[in-house]
Each structure stands twice: as C-alpha cells, then as structure tokens.
Design a protein around this ligand. Sequence first.
Ligand code: ZN
Ligand code: ZN
Length: 322
Amino acid sequence: MSVSIFKNIICWHAPVAGALRVKVHRVLLRADLPFLVDVNVYLVGAGREWVLVDSGYGREGMVDIVEKEVQRIAGSVANLKGILVTHAHIDHFGGATVLKRKGCVRVMMHKVGAPMLEDFRRLAEKYFGMREEEERKYVNVFLKEICGASETRVDETLEDGSEVEVAGSVLRAVHTPGHSPCHVCFYDPDNRVLFSGDLIISERSTWIGYPSGDVGLYLDSVRRLSKLKIDVIYPAHGGVIDNPAEKIKEVIRHKEERLSEVYSLLKEKPRTIAEIAKIIYANVPWPRGRWLERAIKAYIVELEKRRRVRRVKEQPEVYEAI
Ligand SMILES: [Zn+2]
Ligand SMILES: [Zn+2]
C-alpha cells in the first residue's frame, strides 16, 4: 500500500483482492471542498484489459489522480476498455468526459441514465425537480464549473443482466433503483464480488431524495442483493465491506427505523416537511436544507404508499399520521 498527497487530496491504493483473476484497485478521491464527498473509483482488470467502475468528479486534481493510477496499474489509458458508471450522480460520472478525451474509453451505464449524462438540464429537472434559476445554477455553476463535468455521450447502454467482460471475468449489471432510477451494481458471480455504487455505502447511510429517489424501490433493491452470493462489497463511499449479509440487514433496518421516526413525529402532531427535516437532521454539520427536505419528502411518499400518513385537508404543506 502507498499513500501520496496532492494538495488536499489523498490517493490511497492497494490490491485489495489479490487472489482474484482480475485485480481490484481502489482509488480514494478525497473531497477538496466542504460540500463534495470522498468517493472511491475502482480499477478492475488484469494485463492489458481494465475497466473503471465510476470516474469520480471531473475536477482537475482528481482526474489527474485517476489517470496516474490507470497509467501505473493498467499501463495506459488505452488499456481501459470502459468506464462503468453506477448512476447519474456527479461524484460518479463527472470525470468520464475528461478521461474519454484522454484515451477514447467507452462510457457505459444503465439506459435510464444515458439521457441525463447527455443533457444536464434533464438531469436537474427529472432527478432533482429543479427549474429555472436553480436549474441554471446547478448545471452551469455546480456541475460544469465546480465539478468539472461536461455532457457526455454514453457509448453503450446497459440493462439488468447486461454483462461486461474484463480479463476473463464477467461484471453483470444488476439494476437497483431507489437511490437513483438508473442505479446499477456490478456483480462478479465467479469471484462473489459486488461493486455497490451508492446503494450500499460503508460509513453513512444512502441518501434517497424526492423526486428520483424512492424508499420502497430502494428497499426492494437491497433485498434483491441479499439473494446473491457475495463475499466482498466495494462501495463508492467508505471502506471495503467484508460482512455483506450483516451490512445488508443493517441497511434495511436503518431505513425502516427512519420511516418509523418520521411516522412517530407525525403521530405526535401534524407537521410540514421542513419541520420534520429540522428535527431529524438536527446534527447535520452544514446547511443542506433543500437536499434534506427532499430526503424527508421521499420518506413521506413511502409512508403515503403504505397508507400511514396523508396531507391535512386544506393545508397541502402539512402531513398527519393516519
Ligand atoms: Zn448517488
Ligand atoms: Zn455517491
């Protein structure tokens, strides 16, 4: 293992699955701004055939690290068969265009996500419900200027069960919506390895935000993973997970507890989404108001589907327990 420090960014890498036919190298990209998150990019393959699972942000320092790691481990960007994007969130696809320019690698992702990478306004509207000024700022300032992304043509669309061969192994796309409609995990059945994207992460819980997030679908997707034979999970955020079965149970338990928490608050008295967000996320370290309200809205929608809460008549902003 070695550690190198570039400005505020630490790049950690180690062959974490040396016994496999293919090797897995984790490249940890440290967030260098307070509202970005650390993210893992995985370099998977052997010899002259490699893929990247996700690309990280498109910020210059971060893409440089990924590129250097690709050169060091895979020999050249030309040995990259493709970038397998788990879903259309900026920390996962932002570097794809820059890397593509450097070596013509193919970008692959689920068919639902492809139109989002090709038109960021569509991403802002469909996934986050943004309009007008908010949408313009998100696309032009956040995605393009700060995160260094530009719209990208997806070269190959995937669907549930699509297989990508790399150095004699197979990575199978498992469509796992809930966190994002286009989310896929990549599963290697021979080596019992899962790249879980944001569906299962190791150090926090997965954010599910209205309108593109769906708590019910998320729980279905996680339960679906519990039927696969998995020894190791490589998540997009946090360290490697070597107890997949327990982790999957813990993730389901946490989401169900959050649903109960929201329900209990509404049982106490009718409240608005903003009021619930302030109580539940009282300890969140920086103001992420609208994103947190989107998360609470997703829980409310699930509770409405389960017929446990409803809007108060003539007060459309206020919800009550049934
Ligand atoms: Zn995400
Ligand atoms: Zn993420």
